[in-house]
Design a protein around this ligand. Sequence first.
Ligand code: KE4
Length: 415
Amino acid sequence: MAKRHIPGGVNSPVRAFRNVDGEPFFVRRAKGCRLWDVDDRVLIDYVGTWGPAILGHAPQVVVQAVQEAAKDGLSFGIPNMFEVEMARLICEWVPSVEKVRMTSSGTEATMSAIRLARGYTGRERIVKFAGCYHGHVDSLLVSAGSGALTHGRPDSAGVPAALAALTTVVPFNDRAAVEAVFAAQADQIAALILEPVPANAGLYLAEPGFLEFLREITARHGALLIFDEVMTGFRVARGGYQELCGIRPDLSCFGKVIGGGLPVGAFGGRAEIMDMLAPDGPVYQAGTLSGNPLAMVAGLAQLRELERVRGWERLEECGALFEKYVRQALATAGKNYTFHRQGSMFCLFFAEHPVRNVAEAMDQDKAAFRRFFHSCLEGGVYMAPSPFEAGFLSLAHNESDIEETAAVMARALVA
Ligand code: KE4
């Protein structure tokens, strides 16, 4: 039925389980760290709807806030206090953001940030990193061209070659490649965009000094530095990864957590840049449901609850506990796989070598991952259905859930 009326039977490709040669299950309900599928099978969930379920699923504080607000209207398309409160909170918690605009997805946020950067600088070129995913924006669905400095080529059908050619793609953690791009194209570069913690090709980290280097070289050449914190924002710290690394990007993109599970995105940064946006400035950007009251209320309830319960410290404690159990499971299984974690985001690479970029992330035993994924699922644990995704913990994962998971993982590692 799903495939008859929905392309691939899904509204987003990763859900189709193609990376694990499987058929997806259909979820009936979710609560805390668990999902129940339509056959009433229960699963401990490590995807967390790809990030938003940071308190766990259907947290009472968020559900109640949405139920209350819904009685007064589901959407206005008129300025309302909820969106003002969300903007104030984001600007308070993320110092690099002086003004912010809401959207209804992370893709809209990065798409708008790119257009704004081009409008503000008057330049057209965008630099991105291989392996970083920023939503399905035409200018960012681009992979490296043949040579180091040639123009990007489309990473999807339907992306015009002429547009892809305006994007230069370089390897992550590769200073020389970035320096070469600026040496050749500096006066054309509107912005360099990255995930400060790349988590869409598995999860790997910037090498020491790399982010500081990007901050310096973009500032030196008048290009904007854009942090795509759609995943890391309000998850790895109250102020996102930029709070942890102490770098102030010119623009930042957010999503997921700030919507409490409802459709949301946001982009923000220095006021002199943001003021270029319509209606004050010449860069057009809009959205019927931008600042939707229910998404704002859900996000505010979730963010305030995180702050109330010291959520970010507890997420780090939960992540460290999970890592301890995973490393024990790896030892039990006699596997020396590479495990990366940033707070409550993690990734187990089925490889025994370091992973510092997408090429090294791709070099893993995908067949072993597939066996692991299905064995976990049979054991009642739902991991991300792709070796090139990150896993997510929530405040709803307790030690007994993690202990149960580790026992399943230990068996799945030798499946
Ligand atoms: P959305 O348009 O899916 O809300 O956000 C796009 C996006 C932008 N930036 C980053 C760093 C992201 O991770 C994402 C979306 N993440 C994927 C998970 N890898 C969403 C899952 C999906 O595509 O279904």
